[in-house]
Design a protein around this ligand. Sequence first.
Ligand code: FES
Length: 121
Amino acid sequence: MAEIFVARADDMADGDRRIVRTNKGEIGVFRHKGAFHAYANRCVHSGGPACEGVLIPKVIELIAEDKTYQGQTFSEDEMHFVCPWHGYEYNIETGVFAGDSKLKLKKYQIVERSGDVYIVA
Ligand code: FES
């Protein structure tokens, strides 16, 4: 395992990301709610660059007690990123695919030291 420099922590604001090329392939690093999360930039669907997709809050279906559909809203707690090839959505904090929790992106450990951010890969 090697530590691969990503960025100075102060250079990544919330919502920022970096795509880092490593000898294990590209790794996407997100900053979200102050924390860093790193995943293989290889979608579980067909290998697309999942970590390069747009960020969007989880969409929540609103169902009334009588089971009638009331529309949709966005989660205030769960952020997703969306693979640009065919739209697979992943939880930014876990890398789990929103459509099937058995599927997830490979996650990498992050180390912060002296204000620098590294991936352990
Ligand atoms: S390759 Fe990512 S959704 Fe198809």
